[in-house]
Design a protein around this ligand. Sequence first.
Ligand code: SF4
Ligand SMILES: [Zn+2]
Length: 363
Amino acid sequence: MRSSNENDSLIVKIKQNRKKFIQNRTKSSSIVLDKPVSFWIKEDRLLNKKGKEFTIILRTRGCSWALGDSGGCSMCGYIGDSNIDPVDPEQILHQFEYAMKAKEHEIISSKDDFVLKIFNSGSFFDDEEIPENIRAKIYDKIKNYDKIKEVVIESRAEYLTESKLDAIQNALQDKYVEVAIGLESVDDHIRNNYINKGLLYDDFLKAVELCKEFNLGIRVYLLFKPPFLNEQAAIDDCINSVNTLINLHVNTISINPVNIQKGSYVEYLWYQNRYRPPWFYSLIKALKKILLSRRDEISTRIISDPSGAGTKRGIHNCLKRECNENMLSLLRNFVITQNVEDLLKDVPKCDCKLEYKLKKLYM
Ligand code: SF4
Ligand SMILES: [Zn+2]
């Protein structure tokens, strides 16, 4: 993708900011590299019912987009989770096996079905991060677990090829596989000039078509309140993006409110008081507007599981615990039930609503 002058200056700033962060990364010991960054089980929404998620974060050499000349996306600090050198592919497999073994009993004995999410803070289909033979071995392991009904992996659109999609589809035929792509916004200008995603909407559409060809589900990540947008602009961008993606019949939309990640350009803006993470009021407002206007015609699952919610770095209203917990429980209930009525429930009013209304065009 050709970059504009505006984008060039953003790249310079992202790279300056990230350079120090990358230099400070330490090399992980061999023992650490045999274990994933983290893994957990918690309640989640499956395609058509409640269930549980089993998430595994693998440690690889890191995202090629962030390691390359582009400097990566403006809100992303995932490179901090990666290893300074390439990780031996067998160790990536060990990481996966370690997590599976640790949670095997819980999965087998659970009355719920599971969605397995394998994340690597980069792209699952990038051969530089996870080679083909390791991906194949991971598929082989997953096959043994009947309780795992859905599998989600994430990748930048450029790594999706016919052979890779064919391989995962063939290996996991009896499971619902969803390929997650970070689109962030349907607006090319916002995505490339404010986020530095290096992805055109047309190329995203090609990736969607390819997934449909191989009968794979599509999950799209949207970034809620990218840098340089105020609250109202963030609401408008979210509504526009979600509506466009519903019309495209993607399977899942995951809305990710910005959380201030270490080493990211957004963190630099935040330290300078030039960025504030989104207010909960804005996200709830955007969701209500979308869902109430299209009540019965939405077949897309809409989810959101904000990191750092209620803290200074994550989505928050004022910093009163109760105020954020009320909002988070509205959001969580809606995600699990997919019923807009859960967003309309009354919660105790907080004084900060007035401040939000007065400032939402300026923050
Ligand atoms: S958001 Fe994704 S594509 Fe962008 S730098 Fe982070 S890991 Fe790479
Ligand atoms: Zn409040």
